[in-house]
Design a protein around this ligand. Structure first.
Ligand SMILES: Nc1ncnc2c1ncn2[C@@H]1O[C@H](COP(=O)(O)OP(=O)(O)OP(=O)(O)O)[C@@H](O)[C@H]1O
Length: 229
C-alpha cells in the first residue's frame, strides 16, 4: 500500500482526456481535452465557474467516470486496463475520496462508517485503526453516534477519517469545506494539509474557497471543460 513513488514520475497523469455526455440539449463536452499531471505529494487546487467540469475531472481521476477518449493513469496504473472490480480495488488501496455531501451510511455509527471499509479490505485491526483516526479528527466522544446525530462539520470529519485511514497516496476532495462554517472549515483544511505533511499524500481539492486554494502548492482553473493556460 505504501510503495515509494518512482522519482520523476507523476502520481496522476491525464492526457487529452475528453468526456462527452448526452443531455436533452444534445451532446455536452464536459471535459474537452484535459492534459494534467499531479506529482507525488503535491497539493493542487482546482477552481473555476460552476458547471465548468471540476467535479467531473475529479470523478475521472478516481476512475468513477470513464473518459470518452484520452488516457488516465494513477500511480502508474492505466485505468483503461482495469475493469470495474480492478478500479474499485485500486481506489481502496490508493485513493481517498471526500465529497461535499459526505456519503456516510446512515444506519452505521461513525466508528462503523470508518471501520467497515477497512474490515472489507482485510485490515488486521479495523475498529482500532478507525477509533484512532476518529480521535485524531476530534471525534473520540462521537464514535457510537449515527450520522443523523452529528452536525455537518462532524459528519465531514467522519468522511475525512474514512478517507484518511488507509493513508492513501492520493486524496481527492470535492468542496471539502463547502458546507461548513468558517472555523470548522479551517479545522478541516488543517486536517487535509496535516495528512499531506505527515504522509506525503497528494491532495487534489476542488474548491470555491479562496483560502483553501491559497494553501495549495499549485492552482489550475477549469473553464468550459478545459484547463485555462
Ligand atoms: N451525467 C451527466 N449528463 C449530462 N451532463 C452532465 C452530467 N454530469 C454533469 N454534466 C454537465 O457537465 C458540466 C460539468 O459539471 P460538473 O459537476 O463537473 O461542474 P463543476 O465545475 O463541478 O460545477 P460546480 O462548481 O457547480 O459544482 C455541467 O454543465 C453539467 O450539467
Amino acid at each position: 500500500m505504501h510503495q515509494r513513488p518512482i522519482a520523476g514520475l507523476p502520481l496522476v497523469s491525464l492526457e487529452a482526456v475528453h468526456l462527452n455526455l448526452a443531455s436533452l440539449a444534445g451532446e455536452v463536452n464536459v471535459l474537452d481535452g484535459i492534459d494534467l499531471q499531479v506529482a507525488p505529494g503535491e497539493t493542487l487546487g482546482v477552481v473555476g465557474p460552476s458547471g465548468s467540469g471540476k467535479s467531473t475531472l475529479l470523478m475521472v481521476m478516481a476512475g468513477l467516470e470513464r473518459p470518452s477518449s484520452g488516457r488516465v493513469a494513477v500511480a502508474g496504473a492505466d485505468f483503461s486496463a482495469l475493469d470495474e472490480d480492478g478500479l474499485a480495488r485500486f481506489r481502496r488501496d490508493h485513493v481517498g475520496i471526500v465529497f461535499q455531501s459526505f456519503h456516510l451510511i446512515p444506519t452505521m455509527t461513525a466508528l462503523e462508517n470508518v471501520a467497515v471499509p477497512l474490515e472489507l479490505a482485510g485490515h488486521a485491526d479495523p475498529f482500532g485503526a478507525a477509533a484512532e483516526e476518529l480521535d485524531r479528527v476530534g471525534l473520540a466522544r462521537r464514535l457510537h453516534h449515527y450520522p443523523g446525530q452529528l452536525s455537518g462539520g462532524e459528519q465531514q470529519r467522519v468522511a475525512l477519517a474514512r478517507a484518511f485511514v488507509p493513508h492513501p497516496r492520493l486524496l481527492l476532495a470535492d468542496e471539502p469545506t463547502g458546507n461548513l462554517d468558517g472555523a470548522t472549515g479551517r479545522a478541516v483544511m488543517d486536517l487535509l494539509f496535516d495528512l499531506n505533511a505527515r504522509f506525503g499524500t497528494a491532495l487534489v481539492l476542488v474548491t470555491h474557497d479562496d483560502a483553501l486554494a491559497a494553501r495549495c502548492s499549485r492552482v489550475v482553473r477549469v473553464e468550459d471543460g478545459k484547463i485555462k493556460p
